[in-house]
Design a protein around this ligand. Structure first.
Ligand code: ARG
Length: 582
């Protein structure tokens, strides 16, 4: 279905034409004076210049050509604005179209296009910490949004599993257990099937090793181990496989916990087989050049306002780095999936890295001219005091701990308010906690920093996830009391708040399109907050279950049922869901 704005713009264009003016002046916009009207057209003002007459004269002529049945009000006002309020009949028909079609008849603008969403960004051997919350939540929402709009979506976690952190662990392990067969060059047998560490040990080994980076001797060993791992050292590859097995299982469990699911669990290491041919090719074509012993791809452009240094392809010691694997990953994605677009969700501090990689990919012809590359760089989540989030002893907070804290906080409320029976406490708590956490994040523009404020995020009132859930639950309970609510047709608006609610419902499609264009889930949050507000206002001003006119009542029910379905669809795009009771 076309969006309302398109429909009434088309009608306005026809009216300009019938009145003898050029159709191009018929663009309608959402009113910037909602106190006066819902939509407006300022085309008469511009047309007046071409036709050399008073704008109000044109506006009047155009208005007389419009179909009065579409509008409650259509007015030409000085100096030449056309102000519109849609008629109840128009809205009724539009909403009935939304109600009876799959997915509210939202246009599948992504049909036939494939998009890779690279998000999550977990690093093996390290537990997820709070810095991983935003890329996981924002990436999942963007992926689901694309999917809803018809795109073929591939979410890839792109594990950090190939860089120096692997060398650090290997070097540290060698210091602790030099007798292991992985370190014996003469060993030709089969390596043990069981890892020489547990996930907990691994999570201790890594930071210990990382802290020793300053020691030049240890650092050299770690770099050497990284290089040899990448070059295929048999023992190191076996250790690497152990690290992967132990760590990925743990990461999966953590992402599951957040309702974040990846189609692909690929990582930097999966790009490795693509590196040699890619590097040879870039060297042969002169795209990569030697600079101080390293191979680099110059990516500066004349129009640059700040300096963009060359992308390092191969370091002087022959090893590959983050940018190398990212470029090779693009080779793999183009070969295997040929996507129309790649979207990367990481901390915005990686902006330069992606700028370099995208430019190198374009320069080298690894992507097509029309392949879209976008980095959604997000801001930082700080503590409630606005300072960087730290544990009491100054360490980095684990994501698991943060989720557990939020869950405990919500559980206490659920129990105290006796919201559900004992056996439903956990399920209800989990849903509310997820909504609090995710909406608290997603309602901010991705690039902005925000403060994590448990009390505010978990509040049942205000611009919060739980408030949205509460609204859904309230509607569900009315519907349950009403009974058979599923197939009731939309009626004319019964009062002003019904009309406001109907207008809000029509904004679903423009909101989703704007959100996908700007990679901004916050627009969906703002929309459902407005929609929930309209529902609650309607509820307070209208006797729904007490209404004696059964026909009228059925219209109320049809309207709130549609609102509920839309709210539920939107929160499922955002990555959470509503409980039965709250
Ligand atoms: N593992 C990286 C990090 O922790 C994030 C990976 C993001 N994706 C990518 N293709 N580089 O910073």
């Amino acid at each position: 279905m076309e969006q309302i704005l398109t429909i009434i713009t088309n009608k306005m264009r026809k009216a300009f034409e019938s009145a003898g003016y050029d159709a191009s002046y018929g663009q309608v916009t959402v009113s910037n004076r909602p106190d006066l009207c819902e939509y407006q057209c300022n085309g008469a003002l511009a047309a007046a210049k071409q036709y050399k007459c008073a704008p109000i004269q044109i506006a009047n002529a155009v208005v007389s050509q419009l179909d009065a049945a579409d509008y409650d009000m259509v007015e030409a006002v000085m100096p030449g604005f056309i102000n519109l309020k849609l008629s109840g009949a128009f809205l009724q028909q539009y909403l009935e179209g939304m109600r009876t079609a799959p997915d509210f008849d939202v246009k599948k603008i992504g049909q036939g296009q494939t998009i890779v969403v690279d998000y999550g960004g977990a690093n093996v051997a390290k537990p997820l910490h709070i810095g991983h919350l935003r890329p996981a939540i924002i990436g999942e929402a963007l992926k689901r949004l694309h999917k809803f709009l018809g795109y073929n979506t591939i979410g890839d976690v792109h594990l950090g599993d190939w860089g120096l952190q692997m060398g650090l662990i290997i070097a540290e392990l060698q210091e602790r257990q030099p007798e292991l067969p992985y370190f014996d060059p003469a060993f030709t047998g089969e390596y043990p099937a069981v890892a020489p560490f547990t996930v907990d040990e691994l999570e201790e080994i890594y930071p210990t090793a990382s802290a020793k980076k300053k020691d030049p001797e240890f650092s050299h060993k770690a770099h050497q181990a990284t290089l040899e791992l990448q070059q295929g050292h048999r023992g190191y590859r076996a250790i690497w496989q152990h690290i992967m097995n132990v760590s990925v299982a743990d990461l999966k469990r953590n992402y599951d916990n957040l309702d974040v699911y990846f189609e692909k669990w690929l990582g930097e290491s999966d790009a490795d087989p693509y590196i040699p041919a890619m590097v040879d090719d870039l060297k042969a074509r002169g795209i990569a050049v030697l600079s101080e012993g390293a191979w680099v791809v110059p990516v500066a452009e004349e129009s640059d306002k700040k300096e963009i240094p060359p992308m390092i392809l191969v370091k002087s010691d022959g090893s590959s780095i983050y940018a190398t694997t990212d470029l090779a990953t693009i080779v793999q994605r183009m070969q295997d999936w040929n996507p129309d677009k790649m979207l990367y969700v990481t901390d915005k501090r990686q902006n330069l890295h992606f700028e370099q990689v995208f430019r190198a990919a374009r320069k080298a012809g690894i992507i097509a001219a029309e392949t879209e590359m976008e980095h959604v760089g997000h801001g930082t989540m700080n503590g409630a005091d606005g300072k960087p989030f730290k544990t009491r002893d100054g360490g980095v907070l684990r994501l698991e701990t943060l989720i557990a804290d939020m869950t405990d906080f919500v559980r206490a409320k659920v129990v105290e308010n006796k919201i559900v029976s004992d056996d439903e406490v956990e399920e209800t708590t989990r849903k509310i906690a997820m909504a609090a956490l995710k909406y608290g994040d997603l309602s901010n523009q991705p690039t902005k920093d925000y403060n994590f404020d448990m009390e505010r995020f978990a509040a049942f009132e205000g611009n919060t996830g739980p408030y949205i859930l509460y609204t859904i639950v309230r509607i569900k309970s009315i519907l349950a009391k009403y009974g058979d609510w599923e197939n009731l047709p939309i009626q004319l608006p019964a009062n002003a708040s019904a009309k406001d609610l109907m207008l809000s419902i029509t904004k679903l499609s423009p909101t989703l399109e704007a959100a996908v264009r700007a990679s901004a889930p916050n627009l969906i949050c703002a929309y459902i907050y407005e929609l929930a507000g309209c529902v609650n206002k309607f509820y307070h001003e209208t006797r729904i279950l007490g209404e004696e006119d059964k026909e009228k009542q059925a219209g109320y029910i049809a309207l709130i049922a549609l609102a509920k379905n839309i709210l539920e669809t939107c929160i499922s795009i955002l990555g959470f869901s509503a409980p039965e009771k709250m």
